[in-house]
Design a protein around this ligand. Sequence first.
Ligand SMILES: [Zn+2]
Length: 67
Amino acid sequence: MAKKCIYCKTEIDDGSVIDFCQRCGIGVWGEKMFKAIVQSMEKSREAGDLFQGSVTDNKVAKNWKQI
Ligand SMILES: [Zn+2]
């Protein structure tokens, strides 16, 4: 089962920690923020602390406003 970008439905890497493609991520948050998000998500995953299920853009946006 391929994972798909929640914005443009492009197929994304199944091992990706995020639910959207790089192009959309950068479009929504900007390149710097997008990279910070991916980095933090990867760290969370390493710690076994990733959200269960899909991460919606609302959840992500909420989380990242606090930074
Ligand atoms: Zn996309």
